[in-house]
Design a protein around this ligand. Structure first.
Ligand code: DQA
Length: 147
């Protein structure tokens, strides 16, 4: 049971980037949290971040061949990328969308997501805690689809 945890642009700067909004935890800390929870859930994790849209799309293509689900924080591409939506639409497994901040409390352009319409669920505003929560939900959805 492999799941991909994909992170979009600028999330490599997590912890340093606008900490009032995104907090002080780094992406490496998030990865540690995800790996801990994944172990408990009996999931294997592929954890990636890129600032390049094509790279995220390539990982989605990789995931559709070998994974059972995706947790994705597309970051700014959430609000711009039909290409990421199209890639996710080729996947037949559950997808959970995560945002660290509560995008609905922020600028209007962050209120629309191209990705939400393919997501089984969306987590926003739970800080970096959203990632392990998303993995818990994904594990449940994968279990259910196997029954
Ligand atoms: C984000 C929210 C997006 O609007 C923003 O562009 C990001 C991060 C979040 O995790 O809160 O880069 O996806």
């Amino acid at each position: 049971r492999i799941v991909y945890v994909l992170n979009g642009p600028n999330l490599n700067l997590l912890g340093k980037r606008q900490p009032a909004i995104y907090g002080y935890e780094t992406l490496a800390d998030v990865e540690v949290d995800c790996r801990r929870v994944a172990q408990e859930l009996n999931l294997e994790i592929a954890f990636h971040q890129s600032n390049a849209e094509y790279q995220i799309i390539d990982w989605i293509h990789e995931a559709r061949e070998r994974a059972g689900g995706i947790v994705i924080n597309p970051a700014a591409f959430t609000h711009t990328s039909v290409a990421i939506l199209d890639a996710l639409n080729t996947c037949e497994f559950p997808i959970i969308e995560v945002h660290i901040s509560n995008v609905h409390k922020r600028e209007a352009f962050r209120h629309h997501s191209y990705v939400s319409c393919v997501a089984s669920g969306v987590i926003a505003g739970f800080g970096t805690q959203g990632y392990p929560l998303a993995l818990q939900r994904l594990a449940r959805l994968i279990d259910q689809s196997q029954n």
